[in-house]
Ligand binder design. Structure first.
Ligand SMILES: Nc1ncnc2c1ncn2[C@@H]1O[C@H](COP(=O)(O)OP(=O)(O)OP(=O)(O)O)[C@@H](O)[C@H]1O
Ligand SMILES: [Mg+2]
Length: 492
């Protein structure tokens, strides 16, 4: 399939989000769509798939102009969209998910269960996924759910599959499997539009790259004839040197220390410490237990045995309230469930953990609230139309920045960040590293859980590796590299 979208325009309440967007995808091609957070990538794809309607512009498929007003229209045009946040329904079975809204029935309107299961199983196996299609979707990993979504696209006979940040929550192994499937389908003539902020991945899997900035088409390049630096420059508008800025300072007192921390079934015997002015990274595969350890330290899911010392004193952290009193902040990885409240506006979300600073005799000081929002908007370069817009309408990466801002405001002396730059664009990543470095210089003890090895290696002073619920190694920065970290993370 050949797709050409030209001069696409779209405004939301007078805010021009797409000014002049364009993309040209050919058949048998993996086409990257790149741009900073809020550039309009997801919006452009939502127009292509009938979630939004465009204000202006044309969509041409195989030399014929098409009108897409609904998701149905885009399905008819053989386009499938796998969303940034996987919208699968947790209680349903795999097969019901795949046939949702297009169930096969007999002439009496009864579901043809066997037939649907057979069809679903066939598509799943084509992708190397051997699961029972009657199992619930929540019983399989996010990586596998991603494959289920692709299988669903195959059921629809899609010729163009759009993936918005598909690998954000995938393990190394799952990413490799996904790429294998993409390559295999590409050989069969299918095309992909692939959105990601992970540069290494783009250069591995994509053939063409379209860059947009601020709702506008900037250019299209063949991967073979461009470079990392050129793409980044097109995205941010200037040369970006040093992806991982570093500062070297001598760490001071141990602020946090754990001894044999254990939570049955989640993690065992985890012992480490982190000092003022130090960044300790936590590496490992998804599911190794890293996030659970952080929840124990923060009191949201306490350990059953072992000890936690804060500034040398043993503490019983049985709730987040206790943790916050001790100066511990936690920026969680699961921003949708724990980080933000989608129904609230941006500034309401921002002040949540420090509500009392903004409240006087039960009333929230609105002026202060808006000033703070403005402050962080500038500091973190958060792209939003107004501080009172619903956070649900911010782009994915900008939501992440709000989550970070709300914890910065609480002035923690120990700060835990779980996947802080997931979904964040390359320029903003650097801004976040600089903020983290600023906290480090100010003597905060910092823990970063991250699945991106270049990031862990780039900014951490020491790197703890977890494997199967245990902390198996702590590297000094100088000794660590991708290979030996992966080795400890997977060996066994
Ligand atoms: N329904 C909406 N109402 C108001 N503004 C919106 C709406 N949807 C998107 N926007 C705004 O449009 C801009 C583009 O958002 P979009 O989600 O397309 O960005 P993106 O390029 O996908 O970014 P990211 O990399 O962070 O996912 C953002 O500034 C966002 O706040
Ligand atoms: Mg997006």
């Amino acid at each position: 399939m050949e797709l050409l979208m030209t001069n696409i325009k779209k405004s939301f309440d007078l805010v021009k989000v797409l000014k002049h967007a364009q993309i040209h995808v050919k058949s048998s091609e993996v086409h990257a769509l790149m741009g900073e957070n809020g550039a309009g990538k997801s919006t452009l794809m939502k127009i292509l798939t009938g979630v939004y309607t465009k204000d202006e512009g044309t969509i041409v498929i195989d030399n014929k102009e098409v009108q897409i007003h609904s998701i149905r229209d885009s399905e008819k045009a053989k386009i499938a969209f796998i969303h940034q946040e996987l919208n699968v329904l947790n209680e349903m079975s795999i097969v019901d998910n795949m046939f949702l809204g297009r169930e096969i029935t007999n002439k009496f309107g009864l579901l043809k269960k066997k037939e649907m299961k057979a069809l679903a199983t066939e598509k799943l196996q084509l992708l190397g996924l051997y699961v029972d299609a009657d199992d619930s979707i929540k019983s399989i990993s996010i990586g596998k759910r991603q494959l289920v979504e692709i299988a669903k696209a195959l059921l629809l006979d899609a010729e163009l599959i759009i993936m918005d940040e598909p690998t954000a929550a995938l393990t190394e192994k799952e990413i490799n499997l996904l790429f294998k499937v993409i390559r295999q389908l590409k050989e069969q003539g299918k095309s992909f539009i692939y959105i990601s902020h992970r540069m290494e991945e783009i250069f591995e899997i994509c053939d063409e790259i379209t860059v947009m900035r601020d709702g506008t088409f900037i250019g299209q390049k063949k991967k073979a004839y461009t470079s990392f630096d050129e793409i980044v420059k097109m995205m941010v508008g200037y040369d970006l040197y040093e992806r991982f800025p570093r500062i070297d300072i001598e760490p001071k007192d141990v602020l946090l220390k754990t001894e044999n921390l254990t939570l049955e079934g989640k993690f065992e015997d985890v012992s480490f410490d982190v000092r003022a002015g130090e960044i300790l990274g936590f590496s490992g595969l998804m599911g190794a237990g890293r996030t659970d350890v952080m929840h124990a330290i923060f009191g949201s899911c306490p350990a059953t045995s072992g000890k936690i010392y804060v500034r040398g004193k043993e503490e019983n952290i049985k709730s987040p309230k206790v943790a916050k009193k001790l100066g511990i902040g936690f920026i969680t990885e699961d921003r949708k469930n724990e980080g933000i409240i989608l129904d609230f506006n941006v500034s309401e979300n921002l002040i949540l953990p420090s509500l009392k600073d903004f409240t006087k005799s039960g009333l929230i000081n609105n002026k202060m609230k808006l000033e703070e929002t403005e402050h962080y908007k500038n500091k973190l370069n958060i792209k939003m139309a107004s501080p009172t817009m619903k956070i649900a309408n911010l782009s994915g990466g900008n939501q992440q920045k709000v989550v970070i801002a709300k914890w910065l405001h609480t002035n923690p002396s120990i700060l835990i960040l779980d996947e802080p730059t997931r979904g964040v664009d390359i320029g903003a990543k650097k801004e976040i590293y600089e903020i983290i470095n600023g906290l480090k210089a100010a003597g905060v003890a910092i823990i970063i859980v991250s699945s991106e090895l270049p990031e862990v290696l780039g900014i951490c002073d020491r790197i703890a590796v977890m494997r199967e619920k245990r902390l198996v190694k702590i590297f000094n920065r100088a000794e660590a590299n991708q290979e030996n970290i992966m080795d400890f993370a997977t060996r066994g």
